[in-house]
Design a protein. Sequence first.
Length: 189
Amino acid sequence: MTGAVKRYYETYLQKWDRVGAVAPSSRFLARAITNHVEPSDSILEIGAGSGAFTRVLAGKVPDEHLHVLEVDPERERTLRQYASNVYLTGALDFLDAPPLDLAGFKAVSGLPLLNFEEDFRRTLWQRLFREAGVRSIRQFTYSPVPLFEEEWLADRGLTARRTAFVLLNLPPAFVWEFTRAGDGPTGPA
């Protein structure tokens, strides 16, 4: 077992409710959730965890365009190998006093949102789109249906589309992209 995998499982056993998966995200999921990212994009990664998405994002955008949120300080050193802009804070705390203007950013989320209360999920999405002005959010989940009902999204001027199903992940995962209605997709499905 590699050191990274061992650390993942040690963390999982201690903080399973925040980790949310039985194995680290696969490279196939990392590619699927980041395939819309262009070198000119500014990216906010929420819930970087073990850095599976961070590694791929770091290869796609310049360091100054990649901003990474993680709540677990034990993961900071690993994440800083790939990005210098690592913020150790919860997503809502970060949005209370963001250190940068997030308008137009593409967000990539590794948060295990199905482990959180629906109120938290809705508040986070509303604040990211309405207050912060992000362009899109890509989120993975183990559910084949979006995190929010179509009516709730429509009432807020948002749309959801499934962009990928990643069989080569444990467990298999779906990637969803959320955008403002009318903005259209931000990249390939």
